[in-house]
Design a protein around this ligand. Sequence first.
Ligand code: BJ8
Length: 425
Amino acid sequence: MSEANRRMWTELGLDLQAHDQLLSVLSDAYQQIHLSQKNRPESTSYFDFVMSEIHCQRIGELLQEKQQGRKLVGSYCVFVPEEIVQAANATLVGLCSGADFAEEEVEKYLPRNTCSLIKSSLGFKLGRVCPFLEGSDMIVGENTCDGKKKFYETLRDLVPNLYVMDLPQMKSEQGRQMLRAEFYRFLEAMQDLTGFQVDAAALQNGIRMVNEKRRAIHRLQSLRTADPAPISGLDALLASQIFLYEDPRRFAREVHKICDELEERIERGEGAFPANAPRILVSGCPMAVPNWKVPHMVESAGAVIVGEESCVGERGSRNQTGEDGETLEELMEAVIERYFQIDCAIFTPNPDRTEHILDMAKRYRADGVIHYGLQFCQPYLMESFGVEKALEDKGIPVLRLETDYSQEDLGQLQTRVEAFLELLK
Ligand code: BJ8
């Protein structure tokens, strides 16, 4: 690593030794999992570059922006409206993490039976290994599941700049009003943070920029409906993971280039896997970098993942925000409308999510669905039973998996995944 990067990390307050350790694990995992894939589209070298620079180039750019007066905002949930952040002259990055870290320390603050995503997010803070978190001017928490709500109470004592957004739990008119009130409160908080007064033009620009990157990922996702699928699920998941922190304009440009190549592949009938590979839809909890455990297992067993019903996937990126409003109020309404449709399992009841899974299974021509639940994640684990029933009623086979970030259950999971894929053949 260059001296300049080490200086940057030191200035951010990272623990260099622990951080070196993390980067080395990450790089090994990337080599073994992604770079060993056969028949990858050439243009996915963009992902390789972004991942090789994961704590270097992007954070360097963001720190430069900060020097010019722009603010950096970190979040743990796709409910945080990026359009408003952009409009207020700030940049949003996702902070969720996908690897266990500083576990012993974490268990001094949180019970052992907390989901891996929360434990890992706290571990990255306690271990001082995330430059995005340390560089954030504001960290946004949100009242979604109970685990996260309580995690933010802990985090409040560890960071000086936590902002917590309240969120509704029902898709009722009162729920919508609550989201509206919270988004307006967030708009004010963003304006206070940046000193920038958001008007209609600024919000419209923010909406356009976020829509543009969503258009690119929508294009990529729709190309996966082809048979054979032109890109692996692992690479498509990377696109959704990078989507959460990469420069939005560069992301859109590069993903469109990948899509151009995928279209050529489709024309030639060329796939990432053979045409008869079982097609799998993965549904459930989000998979943050570097959580590639289950997709790697599924694709190593010869199946191809064609879609992710997840916040790091279609649940997080689907639906555009209306761009046509003329006043700030009209544009804010469009933002509220778009986010109110997110069908996270924290909502009750949550029939939209089941409908979405059924729709995705059909659109992506999935032979089967793997429901991915993180251990101790009550919202998704509880919903998985209803999801399974709805899919089976339509004749779609389902495998419900419950796991964490550790490698301890690999053997057991592998046996179940392989048996499921055998059934699909
Ligand atoms: S909108 S899915 S990003 S809350 S896995 S921490 S739910 S116990 S992540 Fe999420 Fe926003 Fe919903 Fe999406 Fe809790 Fe479950 Fe852990 Fe989870």
